[in-house]
Design a protein around this ligand. Structure first.
Ligand code: FES
Length: 110
C-alpha cells in the first residue's frame, strides 16, 4: 500500500481552501500532482515554464528550488506576479513541500 505521508494546503481560483496529500517523488513536479488529482485545465505547456498557467503564490513555507532564467522570464510577463510567485511546474515534489500553503493565481497565461 502506498501511504501518503505529506500534505499541503492551497487556495483554489475561487479562494476555497483545499488540501492535497502526496508522497515525495510521487510526481515530477507540483503542477503534475495537482493537475492529476485536484485541478482541471492547468499547465497548458505541460511543465516547460512557457505558459504561466500554473502560477502560484507561496503564502507559508519556503521553496528551496531556485528560480531559473526560464521561470523568471515567464513570471515577468504575468500581470499578477508577486514577490512570492512561482510556477508550480518548476517545483519538485519532495518532502520540503510538506506543510506549505499557497494560492493559485488565476491568470490566462502568456
Ligand atoms: S505548465 Fe506552463 S508554465 Fe507551468
Amino acid at each position: 500500500m502506498n501511504k501518503k505521508n505529506c500534505s499541503l494546503i492551497y487556495f483554489n481560483e475561487f479562494g476555497e481552501e483545499c488540501s492535497a496529500e502526496f508522497s515525495p517523488f510521487e510526481y515530477y513536479n507540483l503542477m503534475e500532482l495537482l493537475f492529476d488529482k485536484y485541478i482541471e485545465m492547468w499547465g497548458d505547456c505541460m511543465g516547460k515554464a512557457w505558459c504561466g498557467t500554473c502560477h502560484i503564490q507561496i503564502i507559508e513555507g519556503h521553496i528551496s528550488e531556485k528560480i531559473d532564467i526560464e521561470e523568471k522570464n515567464t513570471l515577468s510577463k504575468l500581470s499578477n506576479v508577486t514577490c512570492e510567485s512561482r510556477l508550480a511546474c518548476q517545483i519538485p515534489v519532495t518532502s520540503a513541500l510538506d506543510g506549505i500553503i499557497f494560492r493559485i493565481l488565476k491568470d490566462d497565461g502568456i
